[in-house]
Design a protein around this ligand. Structure first.
Ligand code: B12
Length: 363
């Protein structure tokens, strides 16, 4: 049976008050929560998704009435987020959107490419657009680049357009009382769109996220995680060497926070060596794993003490502040996860291997 949550938990996850939730229900008839035997409202994951989409539309300045209409139109069209959509259904809806984006990119048409990524989001929702349109399109782009059908210019133009759009979908809510994640890619890894997607989806599910982008030294992740007392550090890499070359530093991060690794270069073996979580599947699925694995703790409901604001001035590459005492519970729990992970197979998506990059111009 689907898990349901009471209004307090739903409000906490969304970062809004229970009054606002009740008002949305009363005025706009947006959700119909079930009632417990004691008469308490019980919200579903679908209710949470609707509320998140509403918050995101509002944060981009859409008036509430228009936002509600858009959400109703989306529901009426049967379009919903990827984890609720059937594979056939989403593939059918997504292909024309992928084609539009592809055509606009081939013509280096900025207005058309931007319109295509926006349309995908309006029609499929944020998570649906990521899983069903943007990821398949980026894979297509990689093939086109490798076989020479598009140029480096097209690839840069397209990845910039997608990256900018994905970034614009983040929801920046005040950080007090939220789970904190630091997200990005280690040195020598410039492919940061997957981790940006993770950052955006985490932010939309109520996490407070610091996205540090691609090619960022691990010492920086360590400093930021220690300073913010992050609940999780999420790193991604396309090649295994990105992780394997820096195991000692990664272990240090895993000592101060829950370390999660994803992307084609992450493996169950490396995760097990690090006591890290191995996030599998696409960025949307990965966030569901992480979200479920790191529950809200009581401390998340307590505002931080005064005078303990993070000292970000100390965050300097290569200059490490002392690590706080390792948190033993997450470490124990993380190894349990890695063990579970090893038994369930490898990374979803492409395998790492020799790049089909021979003869293509360097970027
Ligand atoms: C855009 C792009 C670039 C951009 C990146 C811009 C940016 N800011 O990210 C630029 C132009 C910088 C670039 C550079 C290079 N690129 Co490039 N690039 C791509 C392209 C077209 C899309 C990458 C992308 O964002 N994909 C979307 C991600 C999300 O999909 P994915 O990587 O398949 O990930 C899957 C899972 O692993 C998971 N996932 C991904 N990230 C994460 C993160 C987390 C936390 C989790 C849990 C899950 C997860 O989700 C996906 C599910 O389908 C790919 C093609 C492709 N197939 O992806 C080539 C590709 C990745 N690049 C490639 C190459 C060779 C390069 C260069 C070496 C080229 C060169 N000679 O200069 C450089 C390397 C630069 C560096 N040091 O990192 C190869 C990699 C082959 C390999 N396995 O090593 C690819 C596959 C192209 C190809 N067909 O050959 N690239």
């Amino acid at each position: 049976m689907e898990t349901r949550m009471r209004i307090g938990e739903m409000a906490q996850r969304l970062g809004i008050s229970t009054d606002v939730l009740r008002a949305w229900e009363r005025r706009y008839d947006l959700f119909e929560p079930e009632r417990s035997t004691g008469g308490y409202r019980l919200y579903s994951a679908e209710d949470e998704r609707i509320a998140r989409d509403l918050i995101a539309l509002r944060s981009r300045g859409t008036p509430i009435g228009t936002a509600v209409e858009q959400l109703r139109a989306r529901a009426a069209a049967g379009a919903h987020e990827a984890d609720g959509a059937s594979e056939e259904g989403s593939a059918g809806e997504a292909q024309p959107l992928i084609d539009d984006l592809d055509q606009a990119v081939r013509a280096l048409d900025q207005v058309g490419a931007t319109a295509a990524v926006r349309r995908a989001t309006v029609e499929l929702g944020v998570e649906g657009a990521i899983s069903a349109v943007l990821l398949p399109y980026l894979h297509l782009l990689g093939e086109q680049w490798a076989d020479g059908t598009v140029s480096v210019a097209h690839e840069h133009f397209a990845s910039h357009t997608v990256r900018r759009h994905v970034g614009s979908m983040a929801v920046d809510l005040p950080s007090v009382g939220r789970r904190v994640a630091v997200v990005g890619c280690p040195s020598n890894e410039r492919h940061d769109i997957g981790s940006l997607m993770v950052a955006v989806v985490l932010s939309r599910r109520g996490w407070s996220v610091r996205f540090l982008g691609g090619d960022t030294p691990l010492t920086v992740f360590d400093s930021v995680a220690s300073t913010l007392r992050a609940d999780a550090v999420v790193l991604s890499g396309i090649r295994g060497s990105v992780f394997e070359a820096q195991l000692p530093l990664l272990r240090r991060i895993a000592d101060v926070s829950i370390l999660a690794i994803g992307g084609a270069g992450a493996s169950a073996e490396v995760a097990a060596q690090l006591g890290a979580l191995h996030l599998q599947g696409d960025p949307v699925a990965a966030v569901s794993q992480l979200d479920a694995a790191i529950p809200l703790r009581l401390t998340h409901l307590t505002p931080p003490r005064r005078g303990r604001s993070p000292d970000l001035a100390r965050v300097t590459p290569g200059r490490l502040p002392p690590s706080p005492t390792p948190r033993s519970a997450p470490a124990r729990w993380a190894s349990a996860w890695s063990a579970r992970d090893s038994s369930s197979g490898g990374v979803g998506g492409r395998a790492t291997g020799s790049p089909a990059a021979g003869g293509r111009p360097a970027r």
